[in-house]
Design a protein around this ligand. Structure first.
Ligand code: NAD
Ligand code: ZN
Length: 391
């Protein structure tokens, strides 16, 4: 089959690789009908996540048709259409029982690596380095889906483009907003107008925010956020002090909830951002935490900072004193996708939201090398790329 493989920083190739096989009775094989490139894939593309190996198959946002199931899979059959959550969960461990699916204790065969790095390991992820289990990803014609009796959700009658993002970015934006514990009257500020930021903003409205302010430097992304006619935006390169602007917009108090939908590859021109860039370039720091620092600093006293943006290591110059002094609540983590697939599918069916609004580029797997570059550089007004298998 054809698959999108990682060969090094900025080196992604479409290769012929062996078809996946059932290895465990709980597995299914899914023939991919639609897959996407995620902002998280850029951390691999840019070489910031260690333990990638040449030839690793990328991709964790994918859906398709079940073509084979293991003996223990009773909920799915050949021919079913499914979306597959990016986090692999066993459904039986302590963490799955708490519905903290992405923290599953049983699905990362390389848990020892994350144990060494973080103290404890979360679950395995599709196409996301050997730290996270070394599972081949879904930017391919076929994928082996472990614990197919737990994660996948059957889809009937709704086009792929409307449901694909149930695999990651819609639940991720939704969980980020839910983590804010939004109350009526609340102002939610979202750093990053990428796909995750777009879904966080939409979800903040769904969860009852009074105002939503989105911050980025790409005009087309800010324009998309504003299209609903009520989201306000800030082009952060056009203001002297983002902090002052946010403070002024909120009557001197600061946003009630701040969502960092940027993560470890933040841009910026202030001293801390330049410092991060240098330290990351020489591998003294894994993350550029500029957006996180701003979110912590800008949030109102007693507010919540929710962090769906991915961070990987030790971050410098985090204004923890400010967070402490203001009594902030911090929420973060890989999304517990399985909690959201059903309720968000219902929202799509009801017409509350059509997740395909973020798609700007529709291509085939063969275009992956070029599209990784375009999406990374935010060229051609690219916001979200979906790829179907070659004709
Ligand atoms: P993306 O790269 O398309 O979007 C990131 C956006 O942040 C860009 O538009 C960029 O211009 C903007 N940005 C950069 N620096 C900024 C700054 N200082 N202030 C404001 N905006 C800034 O990526 P995406 O797909 O939207 O993903 C965003 C983050 O969410 C990534 O870190 C990704 O890894 C993470 N993510 C996390 C989960 C999870 O489970 N928690 C799931 C999916 C994605
Ligand atoms: Zn993703």
């Amino acid at each position: 089959m054809k698959a999108v493989c990682w060969y090094g920083a900025h080196d992604v190739r479409v290769e012929d690789v062996p078809d996946p096989k059932i290895l465990n009775p709980h597995d299914a094989i899914v023939k991919v009908t639609l897959t996407a490139i995620c902002g998280s894939d850029l951390h691999l593309y840019d070489g910031y996540i260690p333990t990638m190996m040449k030839g690793d198959i990328l991709g964790h946002e994918f859906m398709g048709e079940v073509v084979e199931v293991g003996n223990a899979v009773t909920n799915l059959k050949t021919g079913d259409r499914v979306i597959v959550p990016f986090a692999i969960a066993c459904g039986r461990c302590f963490f799955c029982e708490q519905k903290q699916w992405s923290l599953c204790d049983n699905t990362n065969p390389n848990a020892w690596m994350l144990d060494a790095l973080y103290g404890f390991s979360g679950g395995g992820l599709f196409g996301y380095s050997h730290l996270y289990g070394g599972y081949p990803g879904g930017q391919a014609e076929y994928v082996r889906v472990p614990f197919a009796d737990v994660g996948p959700l059957k889809i009937n009658g709704i086009p792929d483009e409307k449901v694909l993002f149930l695999t990651d970015i819609f639940p991720t934006g939704y969980m980020a907003a839910e983590n804010c514990n939004i109350k009526s009257g609340d102002t939610v500020a979202v750093w990053g107008a990428g796909p995750v930021g777009q879904f966080a903003a939409k979800s903040a409205w769904l969860l009852g925010a009074a105002r939503v302010i989105v911050i980025d430097r790409f005009r087309e992304r800010l324009r998309l956020a504003r299209e609903d006619g009520r989201t306000e935006t800030i082009h952060y390169e056009e203001v002297d002090s983002l902090f002052d602007v946010l403070k002024e917009m909120t009557g001197g108090r600061g946003p009630d909830c701040c969502i960092d939908a940027v993560g470890m590859e933040a841009h910026g021109h202030t001293i801390d951002a330049i410092y991060d860039r240098i330290k990351q370039a020489v591998r003294l720091e894994m993350d550029r935490a500029h957006a996180l620092r701003q979110a912590l600093h800008a949030c109102r006293k007693g507010g919540t900072v929710s962090i769906p943006g991915v961070y990987g290591g030790f971050i410098d110059k985090v204004p923890f004193g400010s967070a402490f002094a203001k009594g902030l609540t911090l929420r973060m983590g890989q999304t517990h996708v399985q909690n959201y697939t059903r309720p968000l599918l219902e929202r799509i069916e009801r017409g509350d939201i059509d997740p395909s609004f973020v798609i700007t580029h529709r291509v085939t797997l063969d275009d992956a090398p070029e599209m990784y570059k375009t999406f990374r550089d935010k060229g051609d007004e690219c916001i979200k790329v979906v790829m179907r298998p070659n004709a």
